[in-house]
Design a protein around this ligand. Sequence first.
Ligand code: HEM
Length: 325
Amino acid sequence: MLQAAESVVTPWRPGRVIAVDRAMNDLSLGVLANTLLPTGLDTHARTEFHQALPVLTRGMMVRILLPEWWARVPVASNRRFDRARRTMDRVIGEAIAAHRRSGRDRGDMLSLLLMQRDAEGRGLTDQQVHDHVTSLAVAGVETTAATLAWFFHELGRHREIEERVHAEVDTVLGGRPPRLEDLPALAFTSRVIMETLRRYPPWMITRRATAPARLGTVTVPGGAEILYSPYALHHDPRWFRDPQRFDPDRWLPDRAREVPKGAFIPFGSGGYKCIGDTFALAEMAVVAATVCRRWRLRPVPGKRIRRVARGNIHPDRLPMVAEAR
Ligand code: HEM
């Protein structure tokens, strides 16, 4: 995580306008590729993975929302999606084959998946490993990247919050890069991340009812498609006082206890809840500390930031000016 964060931030220069949305996407992609794929994977395969992944992630959202026959219509976006899927399948397939040949634990997630054994000593099939790698990659990059981009956007809009984050990072790190054991001490920074997750969560999550079900006062027929909105829940004044206000201190332990169970669900809830929540929280803290240690990101005067709803809510474009601290 640190390596990916450093490599994105190192080329920044004082006064330069940074496309923070793209920087966070590159960074988050780098983190996931470093974690999932073997370090020995060649650069060309990594580049292909980087290029194919955003096409899949975006196309997938459209496929969730549109009827199933849409995926078979040969329009340009579907052809791009199919090409990206073939590329991902090939890159992951080659990585699996290379690993099976060497049989070595390389310390990455692919090794972990390939070396799993159940009680009878059976491992996962290549197809199962492939599907896990694809879901982790599709689910883990843009979500984290968007939250990080909003984190810096909010710091840019709230000088007093930014100063508190910078002061905390300076005290905890004392000028060196962050380490795993520093993360619990970055308490205020973590509250800013939590508040960012409250303000910019997924706008909707889908479910299909497998049987008729009663939800509160509503009866849902079997087979119905259900959409529910973490965004609406997170902005409901019944659960969050003054919900439009960006207030990290609502996550101080005493105040956080007042939030009812189920009212704060940036990572979803139930059996299909995000499997990467702790990973994402650690990644965001590492990136926040790595950037804030050296940089202050200022908004570009007069630039309005538009929100775009994909899985999460994304900034359309987020240019910010880098100021050295
Ligand atoms: C801020 C970052 C993230 C947010 C806001 C987020 C949000 C979510 C949400 C809301 C779901 C549940 C969807 C549902 O209930 O249907 C989900 C599922 C999932 N997430 Fe995350 N996620 C984040 C980061 C990550 C990361 C970093 C990874 C992987 C390393 C990851 C892997 C997954 C996977 C594999 C699922 C599917 C679980 C399943 O269907 O069983 N996520 N995520």
